[in-house]
Design a protein around this ligand. Sequence first.
Ligand SMILES: C[S@@+](CC[C@H](N)C(=O)[O-])C[C@H]1O[C@@H](n2cnc3c(N)ncnc32)[C@H](O)[C@@H]1O
Length: 496
Amino acid sequence: MTWNSGYVTDIIYTTGYYDQQAPSQIALSCLLGNVAPSFARRSEQLTYLELGCGRGRGALCLAASNPEWRVVAIDFMPAHIEEARELAAEAGIDNIEFIEADFATLDPRELPEVDVASAHGVWSWVSDDVRAGIVRILGSRLRPGGAFHLSYNSLPGWQGAIGLQRLIHTAGRRISGRSDRKAEAALELVQALGAADAFHLGQSDLVQMLRKDLSSMPREYVAHEYMNDDWRPCFQADVAAALADAKLEYVASGEILENFPQLMLTDEQRAVWDRIDDPALRELAKDFCLPRGLRHDIYVRGPRRISDAARDAALADLYLTLTRRPEDFIYELNLPAGHGALERSFYEPVVAALGQGPQRIGDLMSLAGRGGRRDNPAELAGMLVGTSQAIVMARRDADTGEAATRLNNHIAMRVLRGDPSHGALASLRLGSGLRCSGDHYVTASMMHRLGADSSVDRWADTIGLKAEGAGREKFLKAAEETRLRQLRVWKHAGII
Ligand SMILES: C[S@@+](CC[C@H](N)C(=O)[O-])C[C@H]1O[C@@H](n2cnc3c(N)ncnc32)[C@H](O)[C@@H]1O
């Protein structure tokens, strides 16, 4: 047995940032599940643990956005840990520790007690021993009242595509070379069999979607998703049973909109669902209705249930800011329960107020002259954050934050050197990241260094743009458009 226990380790993973991992969003999920986010009381002294941090961008973003926190991030791939440590050192992020360790063998006593933990994209990709190690760490280190975010491939969402993973894995294993080459060769076989009308490649919607999407996905992503020996999607009840050994209880979905059954289920489905009392059976019934194969669960160690009134009072005190311009706000919703729309008489004044700057939810609820329901802050927060059009703000009076800006600038430099692009801009004011693409890092960095109104020609010269003629024009036009779209959003979010 080698050190990697069947997990792909010969190629590094992609970078990414996931809102569901941020404590501010985990706290919102808890509230939507009528559970007190006790850990939020320690908002300035929080200890955060990421299990399976990959290349560390998410953990780094949270550390840079919360300089008083202690962040610990663990992964067993030395290449991931080395890259993450290098970026932390370059950007001077000193409240984060990257640990190279295998969950199966790590002694939890080597870790501090933590308030919030998260494992994204790990659980269903690793062996039983590694899962048991994760439970051991949480059982030993998560404080009472602490929260754990866990994402995993779920059943029955994946049932139609289990064979596809097996096909890619088996075909890939027979090819010599690095895992991305194995995945590449395996995908060719999948496409060839698909073109030859292989019965089981035509049966499930998920398989159809994956066959279409996989060809354009980065090969390192495909390798880490499909080439692991122990990949196994799970039923939620089995995950909850495993985590019960760490005294954890399921409290809410980390996907904000999934906490609103009226949006997720059709009227007919809800009529059946409402008759179910057992929490595990309710989740299973929901999983049978929703066309998705990845769950984001929030578990709490010793959840304290709160009344609707207490929940609403806590929600009223949260601040939100928009992630897009008011004129770009999307009112139409495409949901599992069907097509819907946010009621304009209710939401337009809310969006207009947010267009002026961050707002307290309680104040948004009491906007004069507004139609719709004024008594439901959960729905307001849920719709705005759940559609990713607003984000919870931790410190509305904070400035841009030196550590956050340093990290953003260093990632911008890496983007210019050809690093993978997706991530999030760190922000002290948000206390989390604002998801973005690579060109956003560069634009934010230029606006910060040269001034928000500086000419894009200067940006091109500063970054040493090689392109001339049409290539340069294209850069200037795109940069100007990004600035126009992002200027107010970034100012309000404390990014520039
Ligand atoms: C699919 S990646 C997800 C990475 C990151 N959370 C993200 O979403 O970008 C899974 C990560 O788990 C790590 N991992 C797998 N098995 C592990 C183990 N036994 N102990 C520690 N880390 C492990 C891998 O190295 C990899 O970085």
